[in-house]
Write a protein that binds this ligand. Structure first.
Ligand SMILES: Nc1nc2c(ncn2[C@@H]2O[C@H](COP(=O)(O)OP(=O)(O)OP(=O)(O)O)[C@@H](O)[C@H]2O)c(=O)[nH]1
Ligand SMILES: [Mg+2]
Length: 330
């Protein structure tokens, strides 16, 4: 009996053949099973699909044999002044944003699921390095196993919306993913779990592909979104809004940069220390040299409001952005 395969099934089959990870293969096989005509002529094919699916599902994350050391690819070590992880549906433009702002080797493609694991890259904002993390896509019923770990570990979650696509659907899918994993800060999400780990994340929305979207799409989405997120409109293609995006990320990190000065030496204005806003001279001393911090004797400041240049400041002096601090240890 002829199988009479549908175009949907053939598309899913093509997807399976081009899949670059086991997770993606599982998704494609599920789609093949969903779309294959159910009659006597496809009985063997369906049995084969099920067999392949269960075989793939049995492979532990990373495809390693039992006993092999497990490497969590979704754990992205933090570097720089802060870490921002993208979240969004397939093809929405996440990799393009990370590619446009960093030198990371991201995979940009006009087909979905091009990215199968997080890819970090460093963005420069003035003299501060900030880490952006490209991530695999999420859909209404799929996210890579362990992907939530990437979001748990980051400082800020950036929701990426393709302005030329179904913006409300994208927002709904992403919000329900974040909410179901307690990643949003709102009245229903505790700030920390029972062990004191931070749960909710600061979140904002990058509306991308504005070069091909209908004017006013972001405004409409913003009006319909009941979360207090900041929105920014950009195009990774034309570069529109990218400078503003870097500025917004820096502002949302809520950090100050401090130029440390060794007594009698010129100040290093190239590579500032970054600390969360509200940090003090003691916090800076800990960051400069944890062991020596206790031996901090005095500190002098330049560029601080209400302080003469070079004036001594106390240990609890709250640091301001771009201040120069000279630490004296005993
Ligand atoms: N016109 C236009 N196209 C864009 C823009 N950003 C991305 N694209 C295109 O959209 C497609 C998908 O972009 P990606 O950056 O790979 O999307 P992604 O969200 O990383 O996709 P997945 O890895 O599947 O999740 C590519 O063909 C890009 O060239 C944009 O600002 N404007
Ligand atoms: Mg991608």
């Amino acid at each position: 009996m002829p199988a009479n395969l549908t175009p949907e099934y053939k598309k899913a089959d093509e997807w399976f053949r081009s899949a670059s990870s086991d997770d993606e293969k599982i998704l494609a096989l599920e789609e093949m099973l969903r779309t294959i005509p159910k009659h006597k002529g496809t009985e063997h094919m369906r049995a084969d699909l099920k067999k392949r699916l269960s075989k793939l599902r049995a492979v532990p994350a990373g495809g390693k044999k039992a006993g092999a050391k497990h490497v969590d690819v979704f754990h992205v070590p933090k570097t720089g002044a802060g870490q921002i992880a993208m979240v969004g549906m397939p093809n929405c433009g996440k990799s393009s944003i990370v590619g446009a702002l960093t030198k990371a080797k991201v995979n940009i493609a006009d087909y979905p699921f091009a990215t199968d694991k997080p890819v970090p890259g460093m963005m420069m904002f003035e003299d501060v390095q900030i880490e952006l993390v490209d991530t695999p896509p999420i859909t209404v019923d799929y996210a890579a196993g362990g992907q939530v770990g990437t979001y748990r570990g980051c400082d800020i979650v950036a929701i990426v919306i393709d302005l030329a696509g179904e913006v409300l659907e994208q927002m709904e899918v992403v919000l329900s993913y974040l909410e179901s994993h307690h990643l949003l800060i709102d009245e229903t999400t505790e700030a920390t779990d029972a062990s004191g780990n931070a749960l909710g994340k600061k979140t904002f929305v990058i509306c991308t592909k504005c070069d091909i979207a209908a004017e006013g799409t972001m405004e409409t989405l913003k009006e319909l979104c009941d979360k207090p997120f900041e929105f920014i409109e950009i195009s990774a293609q034309t570069g529109q809004g990218l400078d503003k995006l870097a500025e917004l990320i820096y502002r949302l990190l809520d950090i100050v940069r401090i130029y440390a000065k060794k007594p009698g030496k010129p100040v290093d204005m190239k590579d500032p220390f970054t600390l969360s806003r509200g940090s003090t001279v003691t916090d800076l001393a800990c960051k400069v040299h944890r062991e020596l911090a206790e031996k901090l004797k005095t500190a002098r400041a330049w560029g601080a409001e209400g302080v003469h240049d070079g004036q001594n400041v106390p240990r609890d002096h709250v640091l301001a952005d771009k201040e120069i601090i000279e630490l004296h240890f005993s």
